[in-house]
Design a protein around this ligand. Sequence first.
Ligand SMILES: [Fe+2]
Length: 494
Amino acid sequence: MTTTYPTSTPPAKSYNLDDWRSGYRSQSQEYSYWISDIDGTIPPDLEGTLFRNGPGLLDVAGHPVKHPFDGDGLISSVAFQNGRAYFRNRYVRTAGYVAEQQAQKPLYRGVFGTQKPGGPLANAFDLTLKNIANTHIIYWADRLLALWEAAKPHRLDPATLDTLGLDDLNGLIASGGSFTAHPKIDPGHHGQPRLVGFSVKPGLSSKITLYELDAEGQVVIQHSHSVPGFAFLHDFAITPNYAIFFQNPVSFGPLPYLLGFKGAAECISFNPKQPTKILVIPRNGKDPMQVIDTNPCFVFHHANAFEQDGQLVIDSVCYDRFPSLEGSQDYLTVDFDRLPPGQLWRFRVDLATATARAETLVSRCVEFPALHPDQVGRPYRYLFIGAAHAAQGNAPLQALLKLDSQTGQTDVWSAAPRGFMGEPLFVPRPQATSEDDGWVMVLMYDGDRRCSDVVILDGQAITAGPIARLKLSHHVPYGLHGSFVPQYFGPTLD
Ligand SMILES: [Fe+2]
């Protein structure tokens, strides 16, 4: 039997909201095991450890968080060697996590709107931050660090994922200070790799401090800059000579936060008539910052930046407004159609004339960009990024998109209707000679099994689908960011 629909019928969605929601169940268990349920074959020359971070608890003792970004940081690791893989997950034992698990009730407010029980009276004027360590995890100078942008990193044991305590980066971060959740690894600053990071103190005037650490973790450059107005700076981009920030046109009205009605991030409002300001800070710490206006947009993540023919080129995931959940809406009942999609835009900045122009590189809904680690801050060709299944509109990420920025060609592998994409990472193949010769690794969620998969694709043939799908025996709630390191941190092989 053939069914015909009137032309006004909207196209069927590529996803089922129940499937999507089921990826946001708390995962209270901590596991460690050899992964044995595998479709395909793990490449035998793939060696190293994938670390992922993200909110693992979507409730505290039955009290749901208002937004996933308020969930406690759960670290997962997958260690690869000789075609085998070992999985482990552990909560970061932050002071707040330990206290709330002992008390079996929420003791803290969340930045994204989670409140303590008891209404506004119980929350008013409590401005204590719970360092939830849930955003990113990096390995630098023999330290594995779980990051959350409003407080200090937590240091973890890379083999056991045990929490070793707060880490102030060799005294760099003062008491009460913070460190970005999005530091960049410059692959070769005058031949030596560097970790470039920042902290920001937002206010009526915002202070940005830039830090550069050498391979031993010692600070080699540190300088501060003031910018007028409130600055919400989640990410930045680097080139060999510049650090680049996008100051989104937002303002902060903290009264509902102070009075206990809203979280701090719910007090941010977008000003569509004001430009986004591109802040270009010379990394040498000597030359002055330049500020260049561009189209109003909201940016969480930058894909990459580079210097070319006297211009700065910056590729960023842009939203046409702040993608807030508005009011008291529950994130689990979100209407994706009402939120703006992220799109990949390219900005060309001419420093001599202090002008910028923007063009769209990818109009499909995308988030979580990744590229070859040696191309960070350099001209690059290939970008891998999470994408919606459909070419238009806003939707959960269910696909992986590869952009060839030289030709404009895009390749897509979709896991719709039951699969949901996380942040991809690109892992170069040993002795590779081409920029896309390597593996794309993603921790995905399978709405059919209600479990997560570690998926490995060939970077040169993503449309062929996974070369290996490692089926975990449980789910890992949707995560945020992670790193792949060439060191193997799994158990000793028999
Ligand atoms: Fe991020």
